[in-house]
Design a protein around this ligand. Structure first.
Ligand code: NAD
Length: 359
């Protein structure tokens, strides 16, 4: 991979690599943009097949965080970190503390939080070495952001219904949820509380059993393709890249609105393909911004009331982006343009402040 060329192309400011021989830590932090402010983004702990895969992931994810924070109107940039592990290697306090020291070298320009493979305990371990951590259980670290992500997704779903010209009512609605983990379970709970029928799948049978027992979710038979389910809304809440030329042709839903990151396998192809199929797409980084709003907001010292308002705002942001998307090749393109406009406005405002006063 031509790293500098890719950084240039996508506008990454800084990529740092770190090894800690004592713990075996191999980690990368990518700061995509600090135009709007310091950047908050999760730490992903994953068994990558090789270094190139890890680099590609951290570059892609950090750029996504810039758009997510900008579109959510947060004065924050975008960054992400990844830790390369051997498959099955359990997290340890020593490794997390080594990662915390690495995060600290960014002096607060990068604030780490949880992501796949990193939980609140890991964040607390990292926080023993640096003040620049959110998402830990202890004191001001904000806790698990997933309930806020689910609430934001539900708010975005309202905007999808309105955009389709439907009543914004959930009773009588059928929503198919892929992945009944932290965010999928809570989304299903909110939907059930509002009277929707929820069908769901998860590769973990215990997660399905819990959702059936506690929420009255209808479990799909193992092997049933959730992407071919006849439903009003499909909510991908598990993996990324699930909307592809393999799945899009089978879709029988009116809209897609879920918590998963990077749902489009090839955004330039799959975004327009959804449009051609007449399926409305709630862009993932607009829809799932509740978690980052929560953690960044607490980091910035926002009040609970202001935070709630910002998560409610996801409905209006989604509505605005879907409206713009009518004239764009896809709703994803509309969302990226929406975020880029905010970044550009921030860049201009900063440049004006820096202008020396005329003599
Ligand atoms: P999680 O690990 O708690 O839940 C994911 C669930 O999906 C698990 O129960 C897993 O068994 C299931 N799953 C995995 N592969 C599946 C498959 N092929 N079919 C069905 N189920 C499958 O994770 P989460 O925190 O709920 O996050 C889910 C998605 O949302 C991820 O893409 C994550 O990056 C994204 N996201 C999460 C947050 C947050 O606040 N947690 C914020 C923004 C985005």
């Amino acid at each position: 991979m031509k790293l500098f060329e890719t950084m240039n192309q996508h506008g990454h400011e800084r990529v740092a690599f770190h090894v800690d021989p004592a713990t075996g830590l191999r980690a990368i932090i990518a700061l995509h943009s600090s135009v709007l402010g310091n950047a908050l983004g999760g730490t992903r702990r994953w068994a990558y097949s090789d270094e190139s895969e890890a680099i590609r992931d951290v570059l892609r994810l950090s750029e996504g965080m810039t758009y997510k924070s900008a579109a959510a109107d947060l004065p924050m940039g975008g960054a992400k970190s990844v830790i390369m592990i051997e498959k099955g290697k359990a997290p340890t306090e020593a490794e997390a503390r080594a990662m915390g020291r690495f995060v600290d070298t960014f002096g607060g320009k990068y604030i780490a939080a949880e992501d796949v493979g990193v939980n609140t305990q890991y964040c607390d371990w990292m926080a023993q070495e640096t003040a620049h951590i959110m998402g830990g259980e202890t004191v001001s670290h904000g806790g698990d952001p997933s309930p806020y992500t689910s609430q934001g997704c539900f708010n975005a779903m309202k905007a999808c219904l309105a955009h389709l010209g439907r009543k914004v009512e959930f009773s009588g609605l059928k929503v198919a949820v892929q992945g009944l983990g932290a965010t999928g379970y809570r989304l299903a709970k909110i939907l059930r509380e509002h009277g929707a029928t929820v069908v769901g799948t998860d590769v973990n049978p215990a997660a399905v059993e819990r959702a059936v027992k506690e929420l009255g979710v209808v479990a799909l038979e193992p092997g049933t393709d959730i992407f071919a389910q006849e439903c009003d809304v499909l909510a991908p809440c598990a993996l990324g890249a699930v909307l592809s030329n393999e799945t899009i042709k089978h879709l029988k839903c009116a809209a897609i609105c879920g918590t998963a990151n990077n749902q489009l396998h090839v955004p330039d192809v799959d975004g327009p393909a959804l449009k051609q199929r007449g399926v409305l797409y709630g862009p993932d980084f607009i829809v799932n911004a509740g978690g980052v709003i929560r953690l960044a907001g607490l980091y910035l010292g926002m009040t609970e009331a202001a935070l709630d308002k910002k998560i409610e705002q996801i409905e209006h942001t989604t509505a605005a982006v879907l409206k713009e998307g009518k004239n764009d090749p896809s709703e994803h393109v509309a969302a990226v343009n929406y975020a880029k406009r905010r970044i550009e406005a921030g860049r201009k405002a900063k440049a004006q402040v820096k202008q020396p006063a005329m003599a």
